[in-house]
Design a protein around this ligand. Sequence first.
Ligand code: PLP
Length: 458
Amino acid sequence: NVSSHDLKVSDHAHHFHPFTDHGALGVDERRVISRADGVWLWDTDGNRIMDGMAGLWCVNVGHGRNEIVEAVRAQMSELAYYNTFFKTSHPPVIELSEKIAEIAPDHMNMVVYGSSGSDANDTVFRMVRTYWDVMGKPEKKVIISRKNAYHGSTVAGASLGGMGGMHGQGGLPVPGIHHIDQPYWFGEGMKTGMSEEEFGIWAARELDRAIEEMGEDKIAAFIAEPIQGAGGVIVPPASYWPEVKKILEARDILFVSDEVICGFGRTGEWFGADYYGTKPDFMPIAKGLTSGYLPLGGVIISDRVKEVFHRSEAGEFYHGYTYSGHPAACAAALANLEIMKRENLVGRVKNDIGPFMQKLWAELGEHDLVGEARMVGLVGALELVPQKSDLSRRFDNVGRVGTIARDHSFKNGLVMRAVRDSLIISPPLVMSEEEASEMAATAKKTLDDTWKTLKADG
Ligand code: PLP
């Protein structure tokens, strides 16, 4: 019977939140979520809110699926925990690995487990370099990534990521990572004078230019999200991935497709690599793997990577986590995948609810405040601009208007995220057409309210 206010006081006193300016966060601004069902959240102040972000881009099957709870309960009473080190395994991790191999691209058939997307990218960092050591090319160490990417919060994850703010704290990135430009048409491309197609090819060739400059014999891998998520849902021009694919085919480097957001149906395919037709050697996964019901992450590896790690000269790979392939988390993932298949959620995003939502989203793009409305599958952004008749203009004080809009959205009963001056949406894949319409109507009201606030501010 603790009051909402008392919970917030205690939160303020004892809970250090991720990605939070603690000095600026007062007690009563906090939001305590106590229950969820489908696309709906309830907070301890009695508000009912739509979860437009599926938690943190992860609750793909929606909240409150008892089937997952029951599967976890059954697994925990049978074998709550055992490890997978050395020679040991257990039924749920074996079954899950087989199921993941079934849905992964044909040339990817093995999974290395952890508990999150961040540790998955640490695993990638170590495996990529070890791969080249085994291949007798230890000088291939540099990993090329992209500006504005998000690959997690661990030392390797934050270094691989291209977020200026993260690099500004604690002396990151670690050496051996090189960041190239991103294929951000609305933010960067439009002002170059190139067409969108030309810009996509130019951005892809940044990869080739970086390889040339540093020398192919120094480059271990290229890592990228199919669509940058936390960087602002940066949907690349259609020409980008085909050109990157050509470059990767011509070069002796590994390719890491970070599927932590794009994986498990978000784009209307199982993986973003399927959507864009790329051929990865590593796919870090997390989030939608369990729909967030329990923490589980991993890296799906290609047959060529597997073959190298299975060579006798490779020896032991000194890497693993206590919770690699945790039985209860694997049981959650198995139940989650079962729901995704039974309810054909991937096909639904591709053919039904995805196109339905994309149409509503495009209509929001007509709003005076929106410079670009972009959405693939069920992940999208509304990029806000000060003057619709001049799309080259941006708001001063980047991020202020995005934050105003996000706060209006919360008040209106819809969780959207602000990235700079874009509003982001990534809802559960199970949402109904009615809920999608309500989400779009609330987003529209949010844009109107933001417009009014900006007018009142002058
Ligand atoms: N990679 C991508 C593309 C992500 O979006 C995220 C998280 O948002 C991560 C990695 C890190 O995952 P986690 O938060 O599970 O560590």
